[in-house]
Ligand binder design. Structure first.
Ligand code: URA
Length: 235
């Protein structure tokens, strides 16, 4: 059961104060009946709520895909340039957060949600959710280095798990990991005598970056994509 003002505010269409004012003016209805007391609790799974004549489309969780640009940090702290600044403010109010982290200079696919249990499952080391990155490196690497990256390398405090590397050119390719240690790919390339000069995540937990999103742009996941993410979280 949820308070009616929270139920409406959760969708981001109005603030609690606006909802209270609208209810006083008879503009909030539940199952066709006007409700003036915004403290009233409703069954969120079955109630049909309207706000100013419009059906309210409540859902427990929100899932967004962002094409992260360089220069933004993957965090919710409001004092700095965070990825949350690229989204409408309502999402901060709805307590969305980035599912995992990309370095400040890494670009590409970031899922942003308020589904804590699913994010937790997808990020848990036990889960091995796959992440694929397109990289550019300098100096170039060859088959021998690619094979070392695939087999696991010593990055100082850790030996990486097996990975997949697809060389496109000696200076670029795709790398797929099932883990996410701090600066992992950069440290892996250093371990084989190269440096990452560009990193873009193109896949996360079976979801691909929508290439029509420019850097800094975002959209909601489609129902099909949300299903893929949930299914991956169950594996
Ligand atoms: N590996 C890195 O080095 N950086 C990232 O942002 C992601 C993976």
């Amino acid at each position: 059961m949820l308070r009616i003002d929270k139920y409406i505010a959760d969708t981001g269409i109005a603030s609690r104060k606006e909802i209270k004012d609208a209810a006083r003016r008879g503009l909030v209805a539940v199952d066709g009946k006007t409700v003036r007391d915004v403290g009233m609790r409703i069954d969120e799974s079955s109630a049909r709520v309207t706000y100013c004549g419009q059906a309210v489309n409540w859902q427990k969780y929100e899932y967004l895909m962002l094409n992260k640009p360089s220069g933004y940090i993957s965090s919710t702290e409001d004092s700095s340039k965070t990825v949350m600044k690229l989204l409408p403010e309502k999402y901060t109010k709805m307590e969305l957060f980035p599912c995992g982290r990309l370095d400040i200079d890494t670009v590409g696919l970031l899922i942003i949600t308020n589904d804590g249990p699913l994010a937790h499952r997808l990020l848990s080391p036990k889960h091995h959710a796959e992440k694929t990155y397109f990289y550019r490196c300098s100096p170039p690497i060859g088959e021998a280095e690619a094979q070392r990256l695939e087999g696991g390398v010593d990055i100082g405090d850790y030996i990486t798990k097996t990975a997949t590397v697809e060389l496109i050119t000696p200076e670029s390719g795709n790398i797929t990991l099932t883990e996410g240690k701090f600066h992992q790919i950069k440290r892996m390339f250093e371990a084989v005598g190269s440096n990452i000069t560009y990193l873009r995540r193109i896949k996360f937990a079976n979801l691909s970056l929508d290439e029509s999103l420019a850097e800094g742009e975002w959209r909601k996941l489609t129902p099909k994509e949300t299903e893929i993410l949930r299914k991956t979280g169950e594996l």
